[in-house]
Design a protein around this ligand. Structure first.
Ligand SMILES: NC(=O)c1ccc[n+]([C@@H]2O[C@H](COP(=O)([O-])OP(=O)(O)OC[C@H]3O[C@@H](n4cnc5c(N)ncnc54)[C@H](OP(=O)(O)O)[C@@H]3O)[C@@H](O)[C@H]2O)c1
Length: 327
């Protein structure tokens, strides 16, 4: 495993880290044994950074991470999120009182006194022009409740606005072979300001593992079933907002580019690592085998410029028209 600096935090994080949404909920049933097994495998593979949120399984994901930390001696940095407990997303909802209560819940779930990194969880776009919310977060840092804070955004424009706030340390954004726009302008600006970038949904919710088929089905409590058209939250979080059948066609084109002995998941992750502005990719994993396979992407040699150009061509022809202007 290779490590990269996380913005100005001083932390070096595993370039393949771990996304802990699926082990919390909204991805079908994952047993406690598999979930903990996946987390332990991540640490065995050199992962030292885990992304979670208070709402993943209503605290289950955070509590599993607390269990992991009890059983491991390695330093494990945990990034959590707040904001999605609101029944409706409003600026007023991001009040001192609400933030304080959400932070306290996460501190309890994670069994710690200070949160390593707190991210605002896809708040409304207008929030990025409200410095008073960031001033509240500064106060929580001062008080020692959180070490650093960052944001998780839906759109590139939100990311650009977010990094104008001087103490935003990280931006989490969807970035993968099927979501290439963040690399256009945002990455250069983030690098200039030394802001860490967490590339989320790196496997396009499993599309970029190459295992899905036109007749693949998903459990009723898996967002790939219940949020296929954005019924529950932003449709961009499910298959990166790419129409399933169009995505499958593009995946077949990507498959032709795979070097020998490299899986599609590893290829998709290695593609992300080609961008040095990215601090880490945070693939989800429900079982130890998935995690081990994903982590090995860090050992692969760089992709060739011809391969990178081909992925760009596939994106521009097949995927871009659906997603480029939206996020
Ligand atoms: N708003 C936000 O802030 C937000 C939103 C979304 C995600 N995130 C974060 O980003 C992380 C990653 O995104 P994601 O979990 O949505 O999607 P993802 O990483 O693109 O896809 C993860 C899923 O792909 C499948 N998979 C993973 N590795 C595999 C492998 N090697 N072989 C076969 N299948 C594999 C697993 O599901 P199956 O086995 O069921 O196919 C896994 O749950 C999340 O866990 C979360 O921490 C944040």
């Amino acid at each position: 495993m290779r490590y990269r600096p996380l913005g100005r935090t001083g932390w070096m994080v595993s370039e393949i880290s771990f996304g802990a949404w699926a082990i919390g909920g909204a991805w079908g049933q994952v047993s406690e044994k598999d979930a903990l097994g996946a987390l332990h495998q991540a640490v065995d593979s050199g992962v030292n950074f885990i992304d979670t949120a208070d709402v993943y399984g209503n605290g289950r994901s955070e509590r599993l991470i607390a269990d992991l930390k009890k059983e491991r001696k390695e330093e494990i940095i945990v990034a959590t999120k707040a904001g999605r407990r609101l029944p409706r997303q409003t600026i007023e909802g991001y009040s001192r009182e609400n933030l304080s209560a959400w932070i306290d819940d996460s501190l309890r779930n994670l069994a710690t006194d200070t949160l390593d990194l707190l991210q605002l969880h896809c708040p409304p776009t207008e929030l990025y022009s409200r410095p008073e919310v960031f001033a509240i977060l500064d106060d929580f840092v001062q008080a020692g409740k959180i070490r650093y804070y960052g944001v998780s955004v839906e759109k590139v424009e939100e990311a650009l606005q977010a990094i104008e706030h001087p103490n935003v340390q990280t931006v989490q954004i969807i970035f993968n072979c099927f979501r290439q726009r963040p690399a256009d302008i945002f990455f250069a600006k983030a690098k200039q300001k030394q802001v860490g970038i967490l590339a989320r949904v790196p496997l396009a919710s499993g599309l970029l593992t190459g295992k899905l088929r036109p007749d693949s089905t998903f459990a009723a409590d898996d967002h790939r079933n219940f949020n296929r058209h954005g019924e529950a939250f932003d449709v961009g979080e499910t298959f990166s907002g790419v129409d399933f059948s169009v995505g499958l066609e593009a995946v077949e084109e990507v498959r032709r580019l795979l070097p020998a002995r490299v899986s599609m998941s590893q290829f998709a992750l290695r593609w992300i690592l080609m961008f040095d502005a990215v601090s880490c990719a945070i693939p989800g994993g429900k079982r130890p085998e998935q995690v081990a396979e994903n982590c090995r992407a860090s050992d692969l040699p760089p992709l060739t410029s011809e391969t990178m150009a081909e992925v760009e061509r596939i994106y521009k022809q097949k995927i871009g028209p659906q997603v480029h202007h939206r996020w």
